[in-house]
Design a protein around this ligand. Structure first.
Ligand code: SF4
Length: 232
């Protein structure tokens, strides 16, 4: 396939925080198959027609210009694995000598498995929305989710030698403390489970703006306990 034929909708940013310990560029891809009520990337999901489109060649030129000080590229969304062209994008990025981090919600385990098997990824951060049962997942993801697929993605990442991280956004209304610890027990043995406190600035569901997050002290306590649980 010609490089120039690939059109990428989304945007490119340079960030110091998306990949712990590395300076990376971030490619945001539009669209998502979930509807998490706290999502603050909903512009990417619902208004992707307002985003600029880039030819892959343009993206690669911008990345190569940053090569002297950027080590890796984080591909995020939205949900990157809904795009059939993702392997081609990653291939071009790897060919240019960058490491690749993928952010995913874990709903496409076979796609993830193939990307790992083909040596396309160096780091995967998977969002786990809540305890691994249908009711909890539906509540956190804002839609029905095949939890078997989420479990399969967790299994794939647990078994892989890649750098991996699991992340969970917590807010008391959806994930009470007990549910967060239940999830941590279900993820026992993973390398890391990072909690992210709910950010009320611009959630997908406007009514969530009024919901209070965990206070900082409680949040830190929960992160400490979660790390202890997953370490066994
Ligand atoms: S927070 Fe949920 S809805 Fe938003 S991009 Fe991530 S998985 Fe999709």
């Amino acid at each position: 396939m010609e490089k120039e034929a690939i059109l990428i909708k989304g945007f490119l940013d340079t960030s110091f925080v998306d990949w712990p310990g590395k300076v990376c560029s971030v490619i945001f891809l539009p669209g998502c198959n979930l509807r998490c009520p706290y999502c603050h990337n909903h512009e990417l999901i619902f208004n992707s027609r307002n985003l600029k489109s880039f030819f892959l060649k343009e993206i690669m030129e911008q990345l190569i210009n940053l090569k002297d000080w950027v080590e890796g590229v984080c591909i995020t969304g939205g949900e990157p694995t809904i795009h059939a062209g993702l392997p081609h994008l990653i291939k071009e990025i790897k060919k240019a000598g960058f490491l690749v981090k993928l952010d995913t919600n874990g709903t496409h385990p076979l796609f993830l498995k193939k990307l790992i098997a083909d040596g396309m990824l160096d780091y995967v951060a998977m969002d786990v929305k809540g305890p691994l049962d249908d009711f909890s997942y539906h509540l956190s993801a804002g839609c029905a989710v095949d939890v078997k697929k989420i479990k399969e993605s967790i299994k794939i990442l647990k078994a892989s030698s890649l750098s991996t991280e699991f992340r969970t956004t917590i807010l008391p209304r959806i994930l009470p403390e007990e549910a967060v610890y239940r999830l941590a027990h279900q993820l026992k043995g993973v390398k890391a489970l990072t909690l992210q406190n709910f950010n009320a600035a611009d959630p997908l569901v406007p009514a969530f703006k009024n919901l209070p997050p965990y206070d900082e002290k409680k949040f830190q306590e929960m992160q400490k306990k979660v790390s202890e649980i997953i370490a066994g």
